[in-house]
Design a binder for this molecule. Structure first.
Ligand SMILES: [Zn+2]
Length: 316
């Protein structure tokens, strides 16, 4: 059986592990994500594979950004990347093994569908709630990436025309209300403008964080911080409107909620979302299961390896 590694490229770290064909994950290795651009990232992955200490036959890679046929089509949210890059070709040349590349959340959803909370689903939407809002689709029992690799960009569905400014340049995207970075910026503006006070930033300092992480939000919500409660309510509503619309369009059988916030809040988040989707939904709610991602940090690695293994089988 071929030895395949799954690699998860994040803004801070690159993490990788050997993943067996039954999707069990070996000891993982983490290296800092270089800030000097694609070639440096390729070299870091080479070093990571050496550290894994096995002869690897092929790899799959997840990266934040839309991916079309191995090309990361717009600069991903990574320091030092200025333009589209054929990461598949670059890695294949650097590593001299077959490589498959996918969008990080599409790959994580593939991981959950292969071995986690999405197992057995035919029509699945994955929504990943973290610094941004990502998504991924399984349709008709197959991963669906769309015409140009942009399918599943759930965070950039528009729920309020002319609404809040999103990092993508558009207004009213789900991410502009529910992405952790957007929520933090909104909170900061409210405080700086004197319109509200909040414990968010003091919790952040106490925890020694320079951004409001999921655990900071969870603590503020537990303290019934009024601003945090209001912004979180708006986030849930924006995500719920998006899920209800996707359900009406695609007649799903499962919705998997993942990402940092889902890891911290679990069932509570899923129940909040279900209750907020229900009033908007055209299709019967009892035909759709809402679940928390089951592989936690490893959905990206498992999915990337599944992608890499599928590539090897296709001779790709
Ligand atoms: Zn957007």
């Amino acid at each position: 059986m071929a030895v395949v590694a799954g690699i998860d490229i994040g803004g801070t770290n690159i993490e990788g592990a050997i993943v067996d064909d039954d999707h069990s994950v070996g000891d993982s290795v983490k290296v800092p994500t270089p800030t000097e651009g694609p070639e440096a990232v390729a070299e870091a992955i080479k070093g990571l594979l050496e550290e894994l200490g096995a002869e690897v036959d092929g790899i799959g890679v997840g990266i934040p950004g839309p991916v079309n046929a191995g090309v990361v089509t717009t600069p991903p949210n990574l320091e030092g990347w200025q333009k589209s890059v054929n990461l598949k070709a670059l890695l294949a040349t650097t590593l001299e093994i077959p490589v498959e590349v996918g969008n990080d959340v599409n790959v994580a959803v593939l991981g959950e569908w292969s071995a986690g909370a999405g197992k057995g689903s035919q029509n699945l939407l994955g929504v990943w709630m973290g610094t941004g809002i990502g998504g991924g689709l399984i349709l008709g029992g197959r991963p669906y990436n769309g015409t140009t690799g942009h399918a599943g960009e759930f965070g950039h569905m528009i729920v309020r025309p002319g609404g809040a400014q999103c990092g993508c340049g558009h207004r009213g995207c789900i991410e502009a209300y529910a992405g952790r970075n957007s929520m933090e910026d909104t909170a900061r503006r409210a405080v700086d403008g004197g319109a509200a006070s909040t414990t968010l930033f003091s919790i952040m300092e106490d925890k020694g964080k320079d951004r409001a992480t999921s655990s900071v939000w969870v603590k503020a919500l537990k303290n019934e911080d009024a601003l945090a409660v209001r912004l979180f309510g708006e986030a849930v509503e924006a995500v719920a409107v998006g899920i209800a619309s996707v359900m009406s369009l695609l007649d799903l059988d499962r919705v998997v909620i993942g990402g940092g916030l889902a890891e911290k809040m679990g069932e509570e988040l899923v129940e909040r979302l279900w209750a907020a989707v229900e009033p908007h939904c055209f299709v019967p709610m009892d035909s759709v299961e809402f679940v928390v991602a089951g592989l936690e940090d490893y959905s990206g690695i498992v999915g990337a390896a599944a992608l890499g293994r599928a590539g090897l089988l296709l001779g790709g």
